[in-house]
Ligand binder design. Structure first.
Ligand SMILES: [Zn+2]
Ligand SMILES: [Zn+2]
Length: 237
């Protein structure tokens, strides 16, 4: 698929910037989302107080976060669907890294509802081989934008010590096995730190739970996972 990809990259440079979701031409220098698609980015409905999964009724018996390590809570800015899905995809797979700031802006709003008292932001790391292949870690880019907006420092306090297969298409238990022990602390956290764990998209939370365990081993007292989008149907990863 090398040729179509190269042509796509060429088109990105030569054609006027388009909305990454609906294709509407934009009055901006770079691709992004048009105002109509931006207006569809709505905060998640109120849900589980621990993991933010929108659900009617009581969050007391939430199946998503029942097995999470203690000390881990999660917020997400928007539902992984429509324009949000296009933004996350364009950031990660088309290399439109400037979209990280759009994600971060939405995440600031999500955090505003939950005064988290964060000491430090830690991005979910990529394995070194994946980082070489992609050239950037989208979660680290989002963390950097969040850092600038919230005045909270970023520490790359985790390392992905084990290459994992994509979570796409895996069931809940398989997702957990796939990322188990995938992360290790690499130092830099002070004991008792309140960490904001930054990622682009969350589904079952298996990745967040595995990363939170490693952060706990590295000294974190509390982890608030902050993601741009939450996939409700378990599809992307
Ligand atoms: Zn649009
Ligand atoms: Zn929950």
């Amino acid at each position: 698929m090398a040729v179509p990809r190269a042509l796509g990259a060429l088109a990105d440079v030569l054609l006027p910037p388009l909305c990454v979701h609906c294709g509407e031409p934009l009055p901006t220098a770079r691709p992004g989302v048009c105002r109509w698609c931006r207006a569809t980015l709505r905060p998640l409905a109120a849900g589980c107080r621990r993991c933010s999964l929108p659900r009617p009724g009581s969050p007391a018996d939430c199946g998503r976060c029942r097995d999470w390590p203690s000390g881990l809570t999660a917020v997400a800015a928007v539902r992984y669907a429509g324009a949000a899905e296009s933004i996350a995809h364009a950031l990660k797979y088309r290399g439109w890294t400037h979209l990280a700031d759009l994600c971060a802006a939405a995440m600031v709003d999500a955090l505003a509802d939950r005064p988290a008292g964060l000491d430090v932001l830690v991005p979910v790391p990529l394995h070194a081989a994946r980082l070489r292949e992609r050239g950037f870690n989208q979660s680290a880019l989002i963390a950097r934008s969040l850092s600038a907006r919230l005045a909270i420092p970023v520490i790359e306090a985790l390392v992905r010590s084990r290459a994992t297969r994509s979570q796409v298409g895996l069931g809940r238990a398989a997702r957990r096995r796939n990322v188990e022990a995938a992360f290790e602390p690499r130092g830099g956290l002070r004991a008792g730190a309140r960490v904001g764990l930054v990622d682009d998209v969350a589904t079952s939370g298996a990745t967040l739970a595995a990363a939170a365990l490693a952060l706990g081993a590295g000294g974190a007292a509390r982890v608030t996972a902050v993601t741009f989008a939450l996939a409700l149907d378990g599809s992307p990863r």
